[in-house]
Design a binder for this molecule. Structure first.
Ligand code: SF4
Length: 326
């Protein structure tokens, strides 16, 4: 059963001049994306900075209002319900942030940080706060004594464990993990990844796992979606995407990944220039300004995300009508 689904999801930011408030441009941060995540599964969302990954995560938690499209949680469109209704289901949606240093209020004890959501969402009666805080700390591998300390007394990995405990405190159904290990030492990253996987198994959690590197995505995900300038350019089962990457952008990301991938090594692509601004998205295929396989058609006609073999890709190289490849 699908826990979450997004349909034709779009977010456009309008830029205005500071003085006169006149519209000066539009940023198409998320530009019509579709996917679903089954209960207890993880969709890994990968792409460079500026591809729209974090905006997608925030739209799915209703931290941002979509310009168009739907976000369905167990079939209910959470982008349309009123604030009162949404407050009731808010506890089902949580986020683990990228920066465990900034995400925790340094003036609060860990106990206060964890009691806050228990209190707001009435998860347990006040008399049980202490017991529940200790349980949460144990669940994420920290000592009960940690409740009396302040965030600065912990390492980066321990703070991320506290961030995860806070996300778990409301017994959520869906968690957006927004680059949860990228600010951590490599030695700690795998511990946090393993913790998230163990918790997923135990509590049947559904994750959107955002990362800019494919190595972390591979360990964490059941499905992978590759995002470029607000669109999904390739999506499929993790095994399939890693065995047979099709889109030149996916191949380029794999070429840059420390995980050796025979397909990516064979067709190695290096990304030299920067991702274009979402203010000025190239015509046709938005990747054409960086794609070494670019053809004339790519500059004018936008390829659609279509099923080719076991997964879906948006690239003219795989369109039998337009190109000699198949
Ligand atoms: Fe490259 Fe053309 Fe495919 Fe875009 S559609 S990724 S430019 S080959």
């Amino acid at each position: 059963m699908e826990m979450v689904r997004v349909e034709n999801l779009k977010k456009t930011f309008i830029l205005k001049s500071k003085v006169l408030g006149i519209k000066t441009g539009e940023v198409h941060a998320v530009n019509g994306i579709n996917f679903g995540i089954h209960r207890g599964k993880t969709l890994g969302l990968v792409g460079e900075s500026g591809s729209g990954k974090s905006t997608t995560g925030r739209l799915m938690l209703r931290l941002l209002e979509p310009t168009e499209g739907k976000v369905l949680l167990e079939g209910q469109d959470i982008s349309k319900i009123n604030n009162r209704e949404f407050r009731k289901m808010r506890k089902n949606l949580q986020m683990v942030f990228q920066n465990p240093y900034a995400a925790l209020d340094y003036k609060m004890t860990i106990e206060d940080i964890l009691i806050q959501p228990l209190h707001i969402h009435k998860i347990v009666p006040p008399l049980e706060y202490k017991k529940e805080v200790e349980r949460l700390l144990e669940v994420v591998g920290l000592s009960k004594k940690a409740r009396r300390k302040f965030p600065h007394e912990f390492s980066g990995g321990q703070r991320q464990r506290i961030g995860i405990a806070r996300a778990l405190s409301t017994k959520p159904k869906f968690i957006v993990c927004d680059e949860p290990v990228s600010a951590l030492d490599v030695s700690v990253q795998s511990q946090i990844i393993n913790l998230l996987k163990d918790l997923q198994k135990e509590y049947q959690l559904t994750y959107l796992f955002i990362a800019h590197g494919l190595n972390v995505i591979k360990h964490m995900s059941d499905q992978v979606a590759v995002m470029y300038l607000g669109k999904i350019v390739e999506i499929g089962e993790v095994e399939e995407i890693f065995k047979r990457p099709k889109h030149p952008y996916t191949v380029a990301l794999m070429s840059a990944s420390p995980i050796p991938n025979p397909e990516a090594i064979r067709n190695r692509i290096h990304l030299n220039n920067e991702i274009p601004s979402a203010l000025n998205i190239p015509t046709g295929c938005s990747f054409h300004t960086r794609c070494p396989k670019c053809m004339e058609i790519c500059k004018e006609i936008e390829p659609q995300l279509e099923k080719h073999g076991q997964h879906s890709v948006a690239c003219h190289l795989f369109d039998p009508k337009e190109a000699p490849y198949g």
